[in-house]
Ligand binder design. Structure first.
Ligand code: TLP
Length: 342
């Protein structure tokens, strides 16, 4: 039976050409800073984002957690959005690793406004935690890949400057926002003190993320990478996959977005609720409440017909398009959906 895996864009397999690039990569000991391929990747990403430096790390979670630790002191507070990855899916890492308190605000499609944030900043009074960091996510995973508008980010930056706060972006899928909007990575990155980017999602590498910021910040981050056990040795073999992906897998994200949109329209056709305005990139979140079946039941039925997706609540299922899902696969997935939901 044909299997189409729409659970996540993390499930992609490296292509033969990517494997070739990995096999040929010059390498060295990156803990000594001597891996030429890692150095090339770090320099390329820093330049792409208009920042001074970058640090290659194993995962998006480690990248975010290093950033939180490098930006805060124990007891500091981090303002974020309620559905964000650092609050929901990082094992309580901010508390566990940094002693930081998260202060999540309810967002609309993952977006929190400068006004909301201003109202949440703690007054200078000994009763309160010390507000230090604002964390945003773009694109927003739980909001169905929605893009955080740049003008709102700039308003938040002005607020951060006024209150002497720092800003971190979980940009695991910032690539998708860049391709969908044609706004440069540099413009997206400019308002932030640090940005985490993942290569292992839409770009299709087997692993790897990168943290970007000022030289001084990256120098501090380096220590936490070591402490967290994220210092890797001849990791140029992985950095080479990322360099390859930047050249050959970035522009193609537009195809993933087109296919996700196609899937979203069909899901609506079949009676599911999808926030089509939020479906701007490669993630579709469909609510099956009206179908009378639970997300788990529908997901099981899809699975028996070879279509894998991810229930994200009792009634909602997430579908993600990626490198290993072509037009033919989407057409097939749509036929299966029609069959299951008819
Ligand atoms: N997200 C995964 C799951 O953890 C939910 C997925 O399948 O989407 N930030 C964002 C916005 C993410 O979506 C993810 C992964 C991460 C960070 C963490 O990246 P990794 O998995 O590399 O630690």
């Amino acid at each position: 039976m044909r299997k189409i895996d729409l659970r996540s864009d993390t499930v992609t397999k490296p292509t033969p050409a990517m494997r070739q690039a990995m096999a040929e990569a010059p390498v060295g000991d990156d803990v000594f800073g001597e891996d030429p391929t890692v150095n090339e990747l770090q320099e390329r990403i820093a330049t792409l984002c208009g920042k001074e430096a970058a640090l290659f790390v194993p995962s998006g979670t480690m990248s975010n957690q290093i950033a939180i630790n490098a930006h805060t002191q124990p007891g500091d507070e981090v303002i974020c959005e309620y559905g964000c990855h650092i609050f929901n899916y990082e094992g309580g890492g901010a508390a566990l690793l940094s002693g930081a308190q998260l202060h999540p605000l309810p967002g609309a499609r993952g977006v929190i406004t400068a006004e909301q944030i201003k109202a949440a900043i703690r007054p200078a009074d000994h009763h309160y935690a010390h507000t230090r960091l604002i964390e945003l996510e773009n694109t927003h995973n739980r909001a169905g890949g929605a893009i955080f508008p740049l003008d709102e980010i700039r308003r938040i930056r002005a607020l951060a400057d006024e209150f002497n706060l720092v800003m971190h972006l979980d940009g695991a899928r910032l690539w998708n926002a860049h391709i969908a909007t044609h706004i440069s990575m540099q413009e997206w990155a400019a308002p932030f003190d640090s940005i985490s980017l993942c290569f292992s999602k839409g770009l299709g590498t087997p692993l790897g993320s990168i943290l970007v910021g000022s030289s001084e910040f990256i120098d501090r981050a380096h220590r936490y990478r070591k402490v967290y056990g994220g210092g890797m040795r001849q990791v140029g073999v992985i950095a080479a996959a990322a360099l390859y992906a930047l050249d050959f897998h970035l522009e193609r994200l537009a195809d993933d977005h087109r296919r996700a949109h196609q899937l979203a329209l069909k899901l609506v056709d079949c009676g599911a609720h999808v926030d089509l305005d939020a479906t701007q990139t490669n993630i579709v979140i469909a609510d099956f409440l009206k179908s009378g079946k639970s997300a788990a039941e529908i997901n099981d039925e899809l699975k028996t017909q070879g279509v894998l997706a991810l229930p994200v609540s009792a009634s909602r299922i997430r579908f993600v398009t990626h490198l290993n899902v072509d037009d033919e696969s989407i057409a097939h997935a749509i036929r299966v959906l029609e069959d299951v939901l008819r």
